[in-house]
Design a protein around this ligand. Sequence first.
Ligand code: KIV
Ligand code: ZN
Length: 545
Amino acid sequence: MNISPSSGSETSDRIIIFDTTLRDGEQSPGATLNVDEKLTIARQLARLGVDIIEAGFPFASPGDFEAVSKIAEIVGTENGPTICGLARATQQDIKTAAEAIKPAAHGRIHTFIATSDIHLEYKLKKTRQEVLEIAPEMVAYAKSFVDDVEFSPEDAGRSDPEFMYQVLERAIAAGATTINIPDTVGYTTPQEFGAIIKGIKENVPNIDQAIISVHGHNDLGLAVANFLEAVKNGARQLECTINGIGERAGNAALEELVMALHVRRQYFNPFFGRPAESEAPLTKIDTHQIYKTSRLVSNLTGMFVQPNKAIVGANAFAHESGIHQDGVLKHKLTYEIMDAQSIGLTDNQIVLGKHSGRNAFRTRLKELGFDLSDQDLNKAFLRFKDVADKKKEVTDWDLEAIVNDETSQAPELFRLEHIQVSCGDHSCPTATVTVLTPDGEERTDAAIGTGPVDAIYKAINRVVDIPNQLIEFSVQSVTAGIDAMGEVTIRLRHEGRIFSGHAASTDVVVASAHAYMHALNRLYVSVGQGVAVHPQHGKPVAAGK
Ligand code: KIV
Ligand code: ZN
């Protein structure tokens, strides 16, 4: 079957990229995003060229509903991506998802119910017969709202294939146009996962009426390998996330899948019935947007990207050893299988300096894909001037860090007005901070610590009295050089929930203070909002009702 996910017209046989960063990715502990942050990421995903954005689980909370609905309205345009809402196989979930995606030109409902015996017995407390009835009934219900319905048998990787074939056949008969096969717990090996897809193609009689999709977690580090094997066996939609974020060890990483299909297209082409040497891309992704998207998601979710991460890690294109550098200088292909520029990692052009004016600043930001309101532009420009005073050369990556920081949509309920720190090898690190509280009161206090950051955090804790435990702290430089801007990402825990914070500055101590305030503000807001329902291990609901 050749169905275009967004236009409804025929497409060539290629891979459909279904991005679930805003749904499964956001299920990572601490990756919680607010509505505006989700919208910013959705816009960038559209620029990246994903076919479908799974924008959230609308039933989870009013905030989740609002985010899906806004993304549907603003990003789900006629030529934009399909906007998908997740729903358990219940009428209330499906109806809520249908409402949320309504503003999109192309909307999809993704409904799921588990098919493995372990999930049936312990989570759903349902018989196989009940699941066989609920799945088609709920697909048909979803179909009463939209044409585009996706169905997933959760924990497919551990399900009895014969039973799953029956469920899938009924779901397709009821109108599902995409059948998604999740390896929910990241248990299968590539050969096994490929065989599951092959088995479905051979044993589900009406499978030609649906696109086969795959979804998988990375618990054994096999998600991407599993997906590529699935592609060889006929899967044509890949559900993935930026930087591979998601439940537990995460999901299959979009950038790894896309670049594997791009760099090794001669190997994959024959599985699509194309000549091996065909240059036609296998996905619709603009690979030049990959690096930028990765950084945006990392900054907004507070999910740090490990330096050795394939494609987008800081070392992915760095040639540290002398032998490699020599080889690369003689001929790039000796040690490089892809060009850094193909993922948008340009040579870090020095574009602006302290004499650059507002127009040059705005123009460069536009070229980098930032379309700021006048108010945000003013804020970012003031910050740029400040950075340019301290740092001679302001690169594209610096600009990006400034804009991400200054236009951060995180609420600023407590505002850090002033910090002063003293430290040294023979003195006791001491910090004084002044914070403006949400009711306008200015509070100043001081503390000593084991180091400057510890002293600042203790001083802030004295004025912002929210108990928490700092569980992660990382500093990364935006560019090379002694005057580089530093980006600080932190994660803290409060009553079992994790919150992240992020900030950038030429002074890492200042960035550390702002990152902490960022996380505290997120914590403060979300405590007042209550806990969202988790789609997979949230409170059980009467499936189908
Ligand atoms: O991992 C999983 O099974 C899921 C489903 C909701 C598709 O995320
Ligand atoms: Zn998942």
